[in-house]
Design a protein around this ligand. Sequence first.
Ligand code: ASP
Ligand code: MG
Length: 418
Amino acid sequence: MRVFKFGGASVKDAAGIRNVYDVLQQAGYEDVLVIVSAMGKTTNALEDVIKNYFDKSPELSSSVQEVKKYHNQILLDLFEDDKHEVFSAVNTQFADMEYFLAHNKSPNYNFVYDQIVSYGELISTTILSQFMSYKGIQTQWLDVRNYIKTDSTYRDAEVDWELTQKNIANNIPRKILNITQGFLGSDENNFTTTLGREGSDYTAAIFAYCLNAESVTIWKDVPGVMNADPRYFENASLLNQISYREAIELAFYGASVIHPKTLQPLQKKEIPLYVKSFINPTLKGTSVSKGQDLEPYLPCFIVKRNQLLISLSSIDFSFIMEENISEIFGLFHQFRLKVNLIQNSAISFSVCVEDKFGNFNDCNAILSKKFKVDFTENVTLYTIRHFNEQAAQTVEDNKTVLLKQISKETMQIVTNEN
Ligand code: ASP
Ligand code: MG
């Protein structure tokens, strides 16, 4: 069996859905499981709905209407006959969502979040599978929540591999096209859970692992994995081959092409991962598999903006030692500051962190009691894997370098670009 994943950008409108049909015609759809994300920016739009719901905002109803309108337009573009059963199927899903909002009593934000955002994927897969059937492809829609079981950590659920394996093994119809939701799972009480934003790649890997799939293909709007983001670097080149190890390194440093959790299960069973263009499906794209680390062998650039450079020194010139460091990291963990770079000297300790949840001020209040804290906001962290002199120059040109760190294969540079 082959597992395909189509992300939100590939199904953002009727043309996108038709294109998925074309890709499947070319790539084949027998013995295939397709994992689909919510359409376009639906997950963000549903996040707004949840926020409005908890804020008791008068905008709640219009934010719901917007999501409905967007999907309805796609339906009208795809299906000539507006009596087609897909219209009532999607309507029912929205009605269920609104029923939940009207009757829910849980004050748990993360729980409610998962019960609501999941409609993005439930609806996108309903539309896609109905369209494939409409075009004459024998299609089976699967509710992923019957397969992927997780704990109850809403918004960041941990997969129960044993149960999931049992549910998936031999329970996916063969010889036909199967379509199911990315990103979702369900807990012990059958409440919906989600695997973390951008989790659909991970879903593809979970299924591939449990099915001993032949391969996973992630269809994207780029030709494959590039050695740099073409929006910021001239001469970005396509990487033909990346080893699992190298891909895990790239993901670790923040390459956004592949969700970090996705690679481990594939690597364990040596299932190749292809990243291919849904615009030119016959092009080879990138293969992540056993074999050469990187082909062509090029420096790879990863950029993380909006970082915080924090420098801690001891108030009394004493050394920053194990005990202090463990305490500092305990706080970072507690305040969910993600550490992307560490540099330590005798009396000072610098880290580049990402403050996704806006917790730094609270964390700083505690740190400042024990350390002298200096910080610079809005810095950019560049990581260059397989760096060379010229690659470093590309990054450092016209910028103020605040910190630089070199290890055997990786150079990290923190710059201030304002
Ligand atoms: N729809 C979800 C998100 O936007 C999952 C995904 O796209 O992978 O985060
Ligand atoms: Mg998405």
